[in-house]
Design a protein around this ligand. Structure first.
Ligand SMILES: [Zn+2]
Length: 430
């Protein structure tokens, strides 16, 4: 069994880096005992299991294609029945493995575990059914690289797996449980989602944090998904930091031990979110346009080098847009974009002024190193002016592929990579 606590301590205290020890988020389906009667199976997401006098309590079930491996790993550790499954929130990588836990109960002739979650979890499931096609396609863009590596978080037929059970017990703000003699205090806060639960387990001085902490910059900006809540997220981090936990168990990445170390990392996350909120709202109140805010507000690059704040999944620029969306409207302050011409009309006009769409594309190609943002505008205009021109698609594919390589976040890489593939597919049609 890996000593995950020693690993995280050495990384947080600066004695080792990811270069020495490998990625913080690992999908290896290995179970590690974190303390007596507490285990973590590292997956996408993790499953965190507590032993009680009346069976096991599992926080999260991992994804639909990971659930069986997670349950197998747990069964090598303990044979007790699953008393309860607690969803930290309703994202598919946390609830999708539910079916494997239910099957385990049937296979062992036992009672089906009780499922517990915030009252917004079933509302999320309803929304997933309502926007099924959209969610399938955005997940393909965001997580396509996972499926290319053979790890699917969807089962292919529908976004929300049929086997995912809705919670039997829901709550609004707090829920105090006593399961087999172990007290668990569930606390709701909005952050990554509106249905999040974090838990305080006093007997172990432990916090189960769900996705409030993911060992990279918080997923508070996601360009393709519904509203995130940076203000409340930061407040939840402060509440967790004040709890005096000795053991911190996130649903992604390594567990953390030590009161001061835990409070320190939580404060760092809260500080960075609060900075983005303060700078963005301050400029909104002063009448700035979104464009100015996005290009002016910058977090200290040294903060983004911390091993648990690197912008490798989401990134601060996207969080700024989410803050604007939360407290403002969709209008960005540029009046020409209130009721704009079709993209294709603007592109055709600019292509004519430039004396050819190919001029726009060639200039985009020239700029792809020195000004990749501008380069993407120019190649996009070029193919919007002439959508069937294969030479323009060849250049567009090259520029977006190059841009993908320059980006740090999985979200930006996914979208730029998908744009490159879109043009490559056009070439295949010849
Ligand atoms: Zn997650």
């Amino acid at each position: 069994m890996a000593d995950l606590l020693a690993l995280s301590t050495s990384v947080i205290d600066g004695h080792a880096s990811e270069k020495d020890v490998g990625p913080m988020n690992r999908i290896n389906f290995r179970l590690s005992e974190i303390a007596a009667g507490i285990a973590m199976v590292e997956a996408f997401s993790h499953c965190i299991v507590f032993e009680t006098d009346d069976g096991l309590v599992a926080f999260d079930t991992s994804g639909v294609n990971g659930g069986t491996k997670v349950v197998e790993a747990i069964r090598h550790w303990r044979k007790d029945r699953f008393n309860s499954l607690i969803y930290t929130h309703g994202h598919l990588d946390h609830v999708g493995g539910c079916g494997a836990f239910m099957k385990d109960a049937v296979d062992n002739g036992g009672e089906r575990p009780r499922v517990i979650g915030h009252e917004n979890v079933p509302k999320r499931f309803d929304r997933y059914i309502f926007t099924d096609g959209y969610n399938v396609s955005i997940n393909q863009r965001q997580f396509g690289q996972f499926s290319r590596r053979g790890y699917e978080i969807q089962d292919g037929s529908s976004f929300l797996p049929q086997s995912t059970a809705r919670p039997d017990v829901t709550y609004q703000q707090t829920l105090d449980l006593n399961i087999g003699g172990m007290e668990i205090a569930l606390k709701h806060a909005r952050g990554e989602t509106d249905d999040h639960t974090w838990a305080w387990i006093p007997e172990h001085k432990a916090i189960c944090a769900g996705d409030f902490f993911i060992w990279c910059f918080p997923n508070a900006g996601n360009p393709q998904k519904v509203q995130r809540y940076p203000v409340e997220w930061a407040a939840a981090m402060r509440n967790m930091a004040a709890q005096g936990a000795e053991l911190f168990l996130p649903a992604h990445g390594l567990p953390i031990e030590g009161k001061d170390r835990i409070a320190g990392v939580l404060s760092d996350v809260a500080d960075s979110l609060e900075f983005l909120v303060k700078e963005t709202i301050g400029r909104m109140n002063d009448g700035a346009r979104l464009d100015e805010i996005v290009h002016e507000v910058q977090l200290d690059p040294l903060v983004l080098e911390k091993p648990y704040l690197r912008p490798i999944y989401d990134e601060p620029e996207f969080v700024i847009r989410n803050i604007w969306r939360m407290y403002g409207g969709w209008y960005d302050g540029n009046p020409s974009r209130l009721k704009p011409a079709p993209d294709a009309s603007l592109a055709a006009e600019l292509a004519a002024l430039a004396e050819g769409a190919s001029k726009l594309a060639e200039r985009g190609h020239e700029l792809m190193d020195s000004d990749p943002r501008l380069a993407c505008h120019l190649v996009e205009l070029a193919v919007q002016a002439e959508p069937d021109n294969q030479e323009l698609h060849e250049i567009r594919a090259a520029v977006y592929q190059h841009r993908r390589g320059l980006e740090s976040s999985l979200m930006a890489k996914g979208i730029f990579g998908a744009a490159a593939n879109e043009s490559k597919d056009k070439l295949g049609d010849a």
